[in-house]
Design a protein around this ligand. Structure first.
Ligand code: GTP
Ligand code: MG
Length: 196
């Protein structure tokens, strides 16, 4: 699959306004500031395809990027963004759960977590939703460049241990957009989901 061919398709505030539910797509989920939009830009080799920001909560809509007529990447808004009212958070959680549970085209979820703060309460919630929806998961421990190699490997082992015994198909890897680390592994997993 040619990820470099990705083009912006549409921004949708709710499931009802998403593109037609056909073909195959993969969603990038995770806490605000985890590096979702950066990972999409790194994967597609395009600096500003998905908007990134130092300010958490940059991405507030479900953004769709088309790889071709049949396949899409989806940039989800970061959950856990502190500066929005509780009612907005709950509303967004509802849309997110709705999307994960009912979207037929969704073949897998890439869950991004800062390697320095993995498996937060929000991440656990996502794991639960993906499990309920029978969706395979690929965990990226992002910003691996922020840790020394040994510390990053330790973090990876800890997350692997914490996930041991889960029934759904979960894989985990280190990733860095800055250092372009872990790109081949990510592409291989996405290819498996999107070619299926
Ligand atoms: P929301 O849209 O708010 O949910 O955030 P996001 O998950 O899309 O994060 P985004 O890609 O905008 O990145 C957040 C911040 O982290 C930006 O300042 C990025 O430059 C930085 N960042 C992203 N990936 C990396 C990485 O691999 N290494 C380092 N050091 N910084 C990164
Ligand atoms: Mg974003």
């Amino acid at each position: 699959l040619n990820y470099r061919a990705a083009r912006f398709l549409i921004s949708a505030p709710t499931l009802a306004t998403c593109p037609e539910d056909s073909g195959a797509e993969v969603a990038f989920a995770g806490r605000s500031n985890a590096g979702k939009s950066s990972a999409i830009n790194t994967l597609t080799g395009q600096k500003a395809l998905a908007r990134t920001s130092k300010t958490p909560g940059r991405t507030q809509l479900i953004n769709f990027f088309a790889l071709d007529d049949e396949r899409r990447l989806v940039d989800l808004p970061g959950y856990g963004f502190a500066k929005v009212p509780e009612s907005v958070k709950l509303e967004w959680q509802r849309h997110l759960a709705d999307y994960l549970q009912h979207r037929q085209a969704l073949k897998g979820v890439v869950l991004l977590m800062d390697v320095r703060h993995p498996l937060t309460e929000f991440d656990q919630m996502m794991l639960g939703w993906a499990e309920q929806a029978g969706l395979p998961l690929h965990l990226l421990l992002t910003k691996a460049d922020k840790l020394k190699r040994g510390a990053a490997t330790n973090a990876l082992r800890q997350v692997e241990r914490a996930l041991a015994g889960r029934t759904e198909q979960v894989e985990v890897q280190l990733f860095s957009s800055l250092a372009r680390q872990g790109l081949d592994t990510l592409e291989a997993r996405l290819n498996g989901w999107l070619r299926g």
